[in-house]
Design a binder for this molecule. Structure first.
Ligand code: UD1
Length: 366
């Protein structure tokens, strides 16, 4: 199996056939039925990896596996297990045989809920991480990819932020779990374990697969911007609340770096390739995954309307507690070292999200 065809698609600098490494090409994806996990599963399978999904389906559906199969023609192995249960994790590893790496997505991720239920967040997000790292060591894996977030930078002193920007105090238990998780990984790798780690700090992932077979499945009222925009465009919500137009930004609304979910997924393939092929230069490496462009809330809403031709009624509301005024990333390190670059234009990302929303309506999901 050759992986070098990826070079053309998104610049991964792979020149050697996988089999030269004479090792497993099986990857465990925890949270593989979730939004980013499912898109990453597609890209890994497209790149020739075998994928094993661990997911407790607490915030996803088993039918996502069908969508992945429809896109790739290949069904990933699926275990409905909770990664906080070490016994279940180890049993699945034993059953699957040699595994090359783990991408650990599984985590609770609602900022507001984390304030209400901090222990749930600390228990869930941190004990699953520790179990997966112990498994990575005990089963002799090569690489461990962790889903972190730009939330670790807090309100940055300047944007774009690079990986050396200071880590600021977390504004929510959710954000704190990401910071603590990064520390736990650092401390554990310091003990001289056999695997390397790559920590990926995502900016704001949005969109859906262009086939509309998989996408984001928010439960209840969406908390994140684009799912709310899509549901408003669909008439499920009366109007979008724009949280604040008095920030120190050109149009007064907050600025973020919105990254297409397929672009983001491809970065995981580059990260894994690097570790599995023994190219990591450090025991732990950190990469920002963003576009490098800041986009305001109002710009995003207007671009959505342009991309889809659908109106999104909105009202300006007060600021949302805990919101950061502006942040966008410097993805230079991922560009040069991983050979990865965000490529999907924002309009296309927004059109994909709308196509997915339309598909959900056709299926009667929402
Ligand atoms: C938050 C988290 C981030 C996490 C992401 C996805 C923090 C500081 N940020 O990002 O770590 O990865 O969620 O789970 O913890 N907005 C509206 N109206 C809405 C919804 C949002 O105006 O109905 C605005 C927000 O005020 C914000 C922007 O849209 O300015 C983006 O919000 P959101 O999609 O929730 O993501 P973040 O808060 O940036």
């Amino acid at each position: 199996m050759f992986l070098c065809f990826r070079k053309k698609a998104y610049l991964c600098s792979i020149e050697t056939p996988y089999n030269n490494y004479n090792m497993a090409n099986k990857i465990v994806l925890t949270g593989g039925c979730g939004f980013i996990g499912s898109h990453t599963c597609v890209e890994l399978q497209n790149a020739g990896y075998d994928v094993v999904i661990f997911d407790n389906l607490s915030n996803s559906e088993a039918s996502v596996v069908d969508g992945i199969e429809r896109i790739t023609g290949k069904r990933p192995a699926f275990y409905q297990i909770d990664c906080t249960n070490k016994g279940d994790v180890y049993q699945a590893f034993q059953k699957e045989g040699p595994i090359a790496g783990v991408i650990h997505f599984a985590a609770s991720k609602a900022v507001g809920e984390s304030v209400q239920k901090p222990l749930l967040y600390y228990r869930n997000n941190l004990s699953s991480l520790m179990n997966m790292m112990e498994a990575a060591e005990d089963f002799h894996l090569k690489g461990f990819v962790f889903s972190s977030s730009c939330t670790v930078y807090g309100e940055p002193d300047q944007s774009p932020v690079d990986e050396n920007a200071p880590i600021k105090p977390a504004t929510s238990p959710y954000g704190n779990t990401k910071q603590i998780a990064e520390e736990i990984i650092k401390d554990y790798l310091h003990t001289g374990v056999g695997f390397n780690a790559i920590i990926l700090r995502y900016f704001n992932p949005i969109g859906a697969h262009p086939t509309a077979e998989i996408g984001e499945l928010p439960r209840g009222v969406p908390q994140n911007l684009l799912p709310y925009v899509c549901q408003t465009a669909m008439g499920i919500r009366k109007e979008l609340n724009v949280f604040g137009n008095d920030y120190n930004t050109p149009d007064g609304s907050c600025i973020r770096d919105y990254i297409d979910v397929t672009d983001l997924a491809k970065a995981h393939v580059c990260a894994l390739d690097r570790m599995v092929q023994g190219k990591s230069e450090e025991k732990i490496e950190y990469y920002n995954l963003g576009t490098g462009n800041g986009v305001s809330v109002l710009e995003l809403v207007n671009t959505f309307m342009e991309a889809t031709g659908v109106n999104v009624p909105y009202v300006i509301k007060g600021r949302r507690e805990g919101d950061i005024e502006k942040i966008w990333g410097n993805p230079g390190r991922a560009n040069t070292v991983l050979g990865w670059k965000a490529q999907v234009p924002l309009k296309e990302t927004l059109a994909n999200a709308w196509r997915w929303q339309t598909r959900l309506r056709e299926k009667g999901v929402m």
